[in-house]
Design a protein around this ligand. Structure first.
Ligand SMILES: Cc1cc2nc3c(=O)[nH]c(=O)nc-3n(C[C@H](O)[C@H](O)[C@H](O)COP(=O)(O)OP(=O)(O)OC[C@H]3O[C@@H](n4cnc5c(N)ncnc54)[C@H](O)[C@@H]3O)c2cc1C
Length: 343
């Protein structure tokens, strides 16, 4: 099989390994082809005709359990009490293995205690996306947790991990009461600050515009909320405090978080709208015999996948591994046109 046969070029990064020698790492050339082929490939690159290869590339092969054989708890469906985590489930990567390891361990423990399992949602954690993808879609290539796989990624920011997941950590005994109180307070303060930004309105009067001008900011033309103002790229914490001094009382990291939340707010709203729209799209039928190859904007690989699975609905298309929400959006437009033309 020839991958990317349609491509005429491929980008390689030559990374020097040391100041003391001329050894370089070729980033972007992942290959497990025989040494002779690798040598020929390297020598075919202009400027590397005489390069000496110090170490050849290689690949690791391993068997895995079809993760669709697992429940969301990572317990196998066939053997109760047996949990699988990591590479054995078709993933690759340290974080992927660790994330599944902790979830399988937690759920095995909860099950032994006769307690409800812990299943994280796709809108709560990357772990939720990872496990849901694996157990519902399976995978035919080593799965990595790319951020692009998470449709709610604006909510899954690292600085909000404690406020998103602290309640579970506390219930499981992983977070003590004192730490949990801190997390709850942080959450309350950020929510309060975000609401304050939304509720505080400014009119474009002389006085306020003079304040903006003193901060090198463009004057206001229309009534605007503090949230709209801080969405400006140039707005930092100091400027935010000048227009909403009430936020001064919070700790530095809370102020920073309120600013970030405020800056993201309209994007999060937009994302929520997209998710609602997407949920509606997913019910749409794909006409029988629909030609996926005409959908420009989809990679050849994705077109081929859709052709071979021939999903009857957009929901079924979405369930195919590697089909992203963005691909569904494009597909939806083409299906709409095809249906209109057929009328
Ligand atoms: C060369 C290389 C480079 C890599 N680089 C990166 C990287 O830069 N970043 C990254 O994120 N990932 C990287 N990976 C991938 C990453 O290492 C693995 O995906 C990850 O370690 C898998 O963890 P795991 O716990 O699922 O499996 P493993 O770490 O393989 O653990 C499985 C364990 O089970 C033991 N075992 C097997 N059979 C038995 C048995 N019958 N009885 C008892 N014990 C048994 C094994 O000895 C092993 O200790 C790399 C992998 C390789 C090979």
């Amino acid at each position: 099989m020839s991958k990317f046969a349609d491509k005429e070029r491929h980008h390689l990064f030559i990374e020097p390994q040391s100041m003391d020698n001329t050894e370089c790492y070729i980033n972007g050339l992942s290959t497990s082809l025989p040494p002779e082929v690798q040598r020929e490939m390297i020598h075919s690159v202009v400027g590397m005709e005489n390069a000496k290869i110090v170490r050849f590339g290689y690949a690791i092969e391993y068997d895995f359990v079809d993760p669709r054989e697992l429940r969301h708890t990572l317990e196998t469906k066939k053997i109760s009490g047996l949990y699988c985590a990591g590479q054995i489930n078709g993933t690759t990567g340290y974080e992927e293995a660790a994330a599944q390891g902790i979830m399988a361990g937690i759920n095995a423990g909860l099950s032994l205690q006769g307690k409800e399992p812990l299943i994280l949602g796709r809108d709560e954690a990357y772990i939720g996306v990872l496990i849901d993808d694996l157990v519902t879609k399976g995978t035919n290539e080593p799965y990595r947790m790319f951020t692009s796989r998470a449709e709610y990624r604006l909510l899954l920011r690292e600085e909000s991990a404690d406020t998103r997941l602290g309640k579970y950590g506390h219930a499981l005994g992983l977070i003590d009461d004192k730490e949990y109180e801190r997390i709850k307070l942080k959450d309350e303060q950020i929510k309060y600050g975000a609401q304050l930004l939304e509720d505080t309105k400014f009119t474009p009067n002389k006085e306020f515009n003079a304040l903006l001008e003193s901060m090198d900011e463009q004057p206001l033309k229309d009534v605007s909320t503090a949230q709209q103002l801080i969405a400006r790229k140039s707005f930092d914490v100091q400027k935010m405090l000048k227009i909403v001094p009430e936020l001064e009382k919070f700790d530095e990291y809370i102020k920073e978080e309120i600013l970030v939340e405020g800056k993201y707010a309209r994007y999060i709203d937009k994302q929520s709208d997209e998710i609602r729209r997407m949920k509606k799209y997913l019910k749409i039928n794909i006409p029988e015999g629909f030609d996926f190859t005409i959908v420009s904007g989809l990679s050849k690989e994705v077109q081929e996948k859709l052709k071979s699975f021939a999903p009857p609905t957009l929901q079924a298309a979405m369930n195919i591994s590697g089909i992203t929400p963005a691909a569904i959006e494009i597909l939806h437009i083409y299906i709409k046109i095809a249906k209109r033309d057929a009328q």
